[in-house]
Design a protein around this ligand. Structure first.
Ligand SMILES: [Ca+2]
Length: 494
């Protein structure tokens, strides 16, 4: 069957589209379709295919030209672990119970249904390469292949030696675990000449390619996670050389007027790296260097996607493989004077998402509001399966068949801070956020941002009497949305 299909894949895509008007039909006639999902860490939806020409992302652009690009996809929480677990379970963080970085899924819930577990049950070869779950051991019993690929963040031997010295020194002087970890952080950027395999992502691409060759006869569910453009912005020099420093701008560094303090961070993630001041704003020079490094890291990750996709094509597997690429959350690069993620702002929660289904729509864009929890039912439905009960997401298949159609009335997301949970709703125009105390369920802060014209509105309108009716209506909708089964704020769970 696979051999026949590899011949089939050489036929022009136009012909294929004529034969197969509906992607779901292919799943039914074809038995088990493969699934390949790229997880890209901290990737903003700023790529060539998202209309940002200065970013060089030819491989992801090519994938977008072979599928449907979602302009308005939102993660469930702007943090690696909960975002990825919500994707893998198809459940909101309040439902699966994980809204922090330090809880592996299976330690929390041995019975949870996840995509790898589902596909293992369907007889698939299930494989995880690189940063897929935040905790690599998650779901280890449900992966057929889970190699331990080096997690080294730097390639320069001098940098590695200095880090090792600092760690030894910190341990000797009796520092705490956190202090030792802090001592082990290196610079925020690195430029080294050499092959991609100097870095983890290059090794991950290689492992995925070798696995495709080895396992091409089996139906596979393969997750390939690239750790760039996550900090440190470390990539081979040729990716830095794709850009001139002068191409980058220093963004407006002013918080929206009236933004609640709960809604912002001190971006300690970046501050922990060498060369970054412990407090206060970054200089223009450092801002531009980091923005350059982020772009270089995006192009580096993009090149790894390209290598895996080229192998998929070369092996003749493209026409029987559903390919998805998504980013686990957005990212601030100095906008609002802030860095990294960890908020409910638009820039932190809007993510890149591309779904390329064999026989499906090519080069289309959807403006439908969709959520990352929607991927679980989408992948199951597109491979001809039955979606297990208890998912919060909805299959995107109708949008994939008609990219012009609407989907959700709003996207829903959350972020915890101290003794509050911040819940956010994003509809066609507005972003509405409530910070609610866990114990009393009191709303302690609200924000309303108008995104009609911009991704970076400059004012919180929640207290403006002109918008009181709108705030009341959005508050009602948000309240209904957060009353999922296991919500800590759902009175039924008290
Ligand atoms: Ca991340």
């Amino acid at each position: 069957m696979k051999q026949n299909l590899s011949l089939f894949s050489s036929v022009s895509r136009a012909l294929i589209a004529t034969f197969l008007c509906c992607p779901l039909l292919l799943a039914e006639s074809d038995g088990k379709k493969n699934v390949l999902i790229f997880f890209i860490d901290d990737l903003r939806p700023e790529l060539g295919c998202y209309g940002v020409d200065k970013i060089q992302s030819p491989a992801i652009d090519a994938l977008a030209s072979e599928g449907v690009l979602f302009e308005r996809a939102y993660c469930q929480q702007a943090l690696c672990a909960p975002s990825r677990i919500s994707m893998m379970t198809g459940q909101y963080p309040d439902h699966n119970g994980i809204d922090g970085l330090f809880t592996p899924l299976r330690r929390h819930d041995k019975e949870a249904m996840t995509l790898p577990r589902y596909f293992q049950k369907q007889g698939y070869f299930t494989a995880s390469y690189g940063k897929v779950y935040h905790h690599q051991i998650d779901d280890k019993e449900h992966w057929s292949d889970l190699p331990d690929i080096s997690r080294e963040k730097f390639a320069n031997p001098e940098t590695l030696a200095r880090i090792a010295e600092r760690v030894v020194e910190a341990k000797k002087s009796g520092k705490t675990v956190d202090e030792v970890r802090a001592a082990g952080k290196g610079p925020a950027i690195e430029v080294v000449e050499g092959p991609d395999e100097l870095y983890r992502d290059g090794k991950v691409a290689k492992a995925a390619i070798e696995s495709l060759r080895k396992n091409k006869e089996k139906p596979f569910f393969m997750c390939v996670g690239f750790a760039k453009p996550h900090l440190p912005f470390a990539a081979p020099k040729r990716y830095w050389d794709l850009y001139e420093r002068e191409q980058f701008m220093v963004p407006e560094r002013i918080l929206p007027e009236g933004a609640p303090s709960l809604g912002v961070t001190k971006w300690n993630e970046l501050r922990g790296y060498r060369g970054i001041p412990a407090e206060g704003p970054l200089s223009d020079e450092l801002t531009l260097e980091l923005r350059h490094g982020y772009a270089a890291s995006v192009s580096f990750a993009d090149a790894q996607v390209g290598k895996v996709m080229a192998e998929l094509d070369r092996l003749g597997l493209r026409e029987e493989t559903l390919v998805i690429l998504w980013g686990d959350h957005g990212y601030k690069l100095g906008e609002y004077g802030l860095w990294c993620k960890h908020t409910n702002f638009e820039v932190d929660t809007r993510v890149p998402l591309i779904v390329s289904a064999p026989g499906g729509k090519q080069g289309k864009r959807s403006h439908a509001l969709v959520e990352i929890v929607d991927l679980f039912p989408t992948v199951v439905e597109m491979t001809g399966g039955t979606v297990p009960a208890g998912r919060d997401g909805m299959s995107l298949a109708p949008v994939l068949e008609d990219p012009k159609r609407k989907f959700r009335p709003f996207a829903f997301m959350q972020y915890p801070r101290g003794s509050q949970m911040g819940y956010a709703l994003r509809n066609e125009r507005w972003r509405y956020i409530e910070w609610i105390k866990f114990d009393t369920q009191e709303v302690v802060a609200r924000a309303l941002y108008d995104h009609q014209e911009t991704q970076f509105p400059d004012k919180n309108l929640a207290a403006d009497s002109e918008y009181s009716e709108l705030v009341a209506e959005l508050s009602k909708q948000l309240d209904a949305a957060r009353r999922v089964k296991e919500s800590r704020l759902n009175p039924a769970n008290k």
